[in-house]
Ligand binder design. Structure first.
Ligand SMILES: Cc1ncc(COP(=O)(O)O)c(C=O)c1O
Length: 390
């Protein structure tokens, strides 16, 4: 391997959310918040250092190089041709979702989502004073499937203005296939429901799983969708805020851009974020991403083998992408509530409780972030084994 994912910065000293939780004892292994422990691709540092050296942070434009990098990235990876005019950016994915909720739905409107649902997306809907309509994902043989009949029935019953799609899905790790997306788009199109597509987890994919951006599904999807992506998850640049929003339909774009202007997000672009994103989207971190994916896959396999080997009472929903493992603990005899407390007290591992972070469909589950060093992973697995008396 060219890159070393076995050594990391000291996250207890860099104000990391995951490792630096207040009152978190020194021994605790942080496996909650969805970021990576690893150093970033070298091209990111190379892009940022000259900016810091110049030490001038004036108002900056999106450069031609930036637009070419973004449009080139979509075309190279997904065969999706987008126009520069379709693009805009805001500081965060959740911020973009919240803006879209405000633009394409009114207070009091219904918004349909697949559950379990990532907490901040739920808060975005609540913050817009809108109602969440749940289309629960169906567990089928250790794998979640979309319940299309329920999706259509709820749409006909509740007339939501928007479908808030999360693809790849957090926390279940599903990467929706093109066929699934076509069905979802058809139902939305026929029932006058627009789509906000949060694609922040599209970068780490295992095996033959392929991500299809919503605008690459078909023409109908282009008429009703807002596509949101950010490199933050896959390239670990959460604190270089930059979500990329693509709106193809002219009417929707007009409404969207009016608010981009209102927030002045097109003007004060973050020079660090633009530089990092340009570098990555030009392909300068492609080999780093390949190695990262291999490392994460190895970590994932190790967890799955360990659970089997020691017959741990945990049922994994094997993710098709991302670095998050959704674990069913309902047969573990540890109850179904506040399971994070069990793992913290018995194993000194900080992870996310399913119900607290992903709503009632997450009761009895936990989500583990396995983007840690392999050494920390091994230690965490040992502690889990001991905590179950195995
Ligand atoms: C589905 C999903 N959307 C958005 C985010 C957060 O993205 P951002 O930090 O760009 O708002 C996360 C973070 O875990 C996520 O899982």
């Amino acid at each position: 391997m060219k890159y070393n994912f076995d050594s990391t910065p000291d996250h207890r000293k860099n104000a990391s959310y995951r490792w630096g939780m207040e009152d978190m004892p020194e021994k605790v292994i942080g496996m909650g918040t969805a970021d990576l422990d690893y150093y970033c691709a070298p091209c990111i540092q190379k892009a940022l250092v000259p900016i810091a050296q110049e030490n001038c942070y004036n108002y900056r434009q999106h450069t031609k190089e930036y637009y070419d990098a973004v449009t080139g990235w979509y075309e190279r990876n997904y065969g999706l041709k987008i126009e520069k005019e379709w693009l805009s950016n805001v500081p965060s994915t959740i911020g973009a979702v919240r803006m879209a909720l405000g633009i394409f739905a009114k207070p009091g409107d219904n918004i349909i989502v697949q559950t379990p649902v990532f907490g901040p997306l739920k808060w975005a809907v609540e913050g817009a004073n809108q109602n969440l309509i749940e289309n629960p994902l169906k567990p089928v043989e250790g794998h979640y499937e979309i319940d299309f009949a329920d999706f259509e029935e709820k749409i006909k019953k509740y007339h939501p203005s928007l479908y808030l799609m999360v693809n790849p899905h957090n926390p279940t790790g599903r990467v929706f296939t093109k066929a699934e997306l076509e069905r979802l788009v058809d139902i939305c199109y026929e029932n006058n429901v627009k789509i906000i597509s949060d694609e922040v987890h599209c970068l780490v994919l295992y095996g033959n799983n392929k991500h299809t951006p919503i605008l690459a599904v078909n023409k109908k999807a282009q008429e009703i969708s807002v596509q949101i992506v950010s490199l933050s998850k896959g390239y670990n640049i959460m604190s270089l805020p930059h979500a990329i929003i693509t709106v193809a339909d002219p009417e929707m774009r007009k409404a969207w851009m009016k608010q981009i202007t209102a927030y002045s997000f097109g003007y004060a672009v973050n020079s660090f974020a633009i530089a990092a994103v340009t570098s990555v989207m030009k392909g300068e971190a492609d080999d780093w991403m390949k190695e990262l994916t291999q490392y994460l896959y190895q970590n994932l396999q190790e967890i799955l083998e360990f659970i089997k080997k020691y017959d741990l009472p945990l049922i994994p929903y094997v993710p098709e992408g991302s670095f998050l493992l959704w674990l069913d603990c309902r047969k573990a005899g540890i109850g179904t509530k506040h399971l994070d407390k069990f793992f913290m007290e018995k194993a000194q591992i900080h992870l996310d409780d399913g119900e607290e972070n992903f709503g009632s469909a997450g009761e009895g589950f936990v989500r583990i972030n396995f983007a840690v060093t392999n050494q920390n992973l091994k230690e965490a697995l040992e502690r889990i084994r001991v905590s179950f008396g195995k």
